[in-house]
Design a binder for this molecule. Structure first.
Ligand code: AMP
Length: 497
């Protein structure tokens, strides 16, 4: 944080290229830094800020125009001028706010402005660390999109796929490297990567990285980087651990906050359907067919549950695929790419994809089961209603999940409307309810780790044994329960299901 406003002003003025006093004053007012703590507030309106006003290089402006962006999102309007000053940044921003462009655009600008002094293969100038493979691939795609008229080179490395092609890519010149921590360390160990030239470090989805147990890897990586560098830390939430991490990592950071913690987008229409667990898959098939849904992302709590539901949907004539931590990385990549292209309508996922993933104008998200960590609800439904488009998020809730619903409603500070589907008639010939998996312990950590995917790779073991145990528990629970419980009462009457 700039303790001294004068220092901030002069640095900002110098980097942003303002010569005239009036010109600078005007821009400063536009970026509207409040006096107290030099912190940018939540509700900052950026109505007047245009991309042209951000002083980005012309090739970037062309790429922005090609992407169809007309106005910077709030996080872009606030972060871009700050990153351009070369200062460290701490941004609390949810996914879907345009945060990738908020750090990618100024990084591309800075790297172009100051060409590399040393050209050596496998020696990136910017390192972007992300928690999941999908997110890494997606960010590198954004780097390519925004940097398409620039001579800069980027590549991505993540686990679960062959390392050979990545080694080959690192033998060439690389300006920007996007990576997941484990595979990055593999490359360092094989001496295919040299981190001594990193000028800018980005930790994206930092809270998720900590949740997934990546801290030891991150510490190792930080120790290999040059001391003199710009650091950008982005996180959807701002818990104590992130405060501690930023205190050790960032040098006088500027703080940008664009969405209050644990808020859901107003563009997402949320509803709850109270339904017995045993009728859920029937209701889901009905919803998809009855409403002719073309693209729906469905979240289950367990990998086994995701597989089972996918099979049921396929049996009902609805092409579907499952994506979770037990699938190989090529299978995950393929399923996601095909779903994004609209080649099949339903992707059933565990929370591994609830953060960060950007599926263009995804219209529907269904929580087949509510997550037992309330924050995950916010991330799951945040896959829809992104970047100004609207979306629908439906949760199918059995009475055993009421306490999770209460937690979620407490977190998001409003009640989710309970809606009935009169057109759905539950099947009458179903056997008594099959046994439910034991409820997992209420923990903050996620059950999917990118390191659990794929076989034969010792890096794929979860770092945290407790997490591995929970994974096993979650996946075996449904198979292990021996005695079916007594059939439950019919669904609550007032909801007409
Ligand atoms: P992100 O939060 O970075 O995952 O971005 C979410 C979505 O917003 C992506 O589909 C971006 O292409 C889109 N996006 C980013 N910036 C803008 C903008 N200024 N105007 C419209 N869409 C944007």
């Amino acid at each position: 944080m700039f303790k001294n406003r004068k220092n901030y002003d002069s640095k900002f003025k110098e980097r942003a290229g303002f010569k005239e006093r009036g010109e600078f004053k005007e821009a400063k007012e536009k970026f509207a830094l409040p006096k107290e703590e030099f912190t940018l507030s939540d509700n900052e309106s950026n109505n007047e800020i245009t991309f042209a006003g951000l002083n980005l290089a012309q090739p970037l402006m062309r790429a922005i125009a090609d992407a169809g962006y007309t106005t910077p999102t709030p996080v872009q309007a606030q972060a871009i001028p700050l990153v351009l000053t070369g200062c460290d940044l701490l941004a609390v921003a949810q996914t879907g706010t345009g945060k990738t462009a908020a750090f990618t655009l100024p990084i591309l600008h800075l790297l172009t402005e100051k060409p590399a002094s040393i050209f050596r293969s496998g020696r990136p100038r910017c390192l972007i660390l992300t928690p999941t493979r999908e997110l890494a691939a997606q960010i590198e795609e954004s780097v390519r999109t925004y940097g398409k008229y620039l001579p800069l080179k980027s590549t991505v490395v993540f686990g679960g796929v062959s390392i050979d092609s990545q080694m080959k890519a690192l033998r060439r010149h690389v300006d920007i490297l996007v990576a997941t921590p484990g595979r990055l360390l593999d490359h360092v160990g094989r001496r295919t990567l040299d981190l001594s030239g990193v000028e800018i470090l980005v930790l994206d989805e930092a809270d998720r990285m900590l949740d997934m147990g990546f801290m030891p890897d991150i510490k190792k990586i930080l120790a290999m980087l040059p001391k003199q560098r710009q650091n950008l830390l982005l996180s959807a939430t701002f818990p104590e651990e992130i405060k501690n991490l930023s205190a050790g990592l960032l040098h006088k950071p500027v703080f940008v906050k664009v969405a209050r913690r644990n808020t859901t987008s107003e563009l997402v229409e949320q509803s709850v359907h109270l339904v017995q667990q045993r009728f859920k898959s029937h209701l889901l098939s009905h919803l998809i067919k009855h409403n002719n849904w073309k693209q729906v992302l469905v979240f289950t709590r367990t990998k086994h549950g995701a597989n089972k539901l996918t099979e049921k949907l396929i049996a009902d004539g609805i092409p579907s695929a499952a994506i979770h931590g037990n699938k190989s990385q090529p299978a995950r990549t393929k399923a996601l790419a095909q779903f994004k292209k609209g080649l099949f309508p339903v992707l059933v996922a565990t929370d591994i994809v609830s953060r960060g993933l950007d599926i263009y104008q995804l219209p529907h998200v269904v929580n087949f089961e509510l997550p037992n960590v309330a924050e995950d609800y916010v991330h799951r439904i945040g896959r829809t209603g992104r970047a100004g488009s609207s979306g629908i998020a439906i949760s199918l809730v059995d009475k055993e999940e009421f306490r999770y619903l209460k937690d979620i409603e407490r977190l998001i500070k409003h009640e989710i409307p309970k809606v009935a589907f009169d057109s759905f008639v539950p099947p009458t010939n179903l056997p008594a309810e099959s046994p439910r998996p034991p409820q997992q312990q209420r923990v903050q950590k996620r059950t999917d780790s990118p390191r659990t995917a794929g076989a034969g790779n010792n890096r794929n073991q979860p770092l945290n044994p407790r997490q591995r145990d929970r994974d096993r528990q979650a996946n075996n629970g449904q198979q292990q329960s021996a005695k079916p419980r007594q059939s439950q009462k019919p669904p609550v009457k007032q909801h007409h299901i």
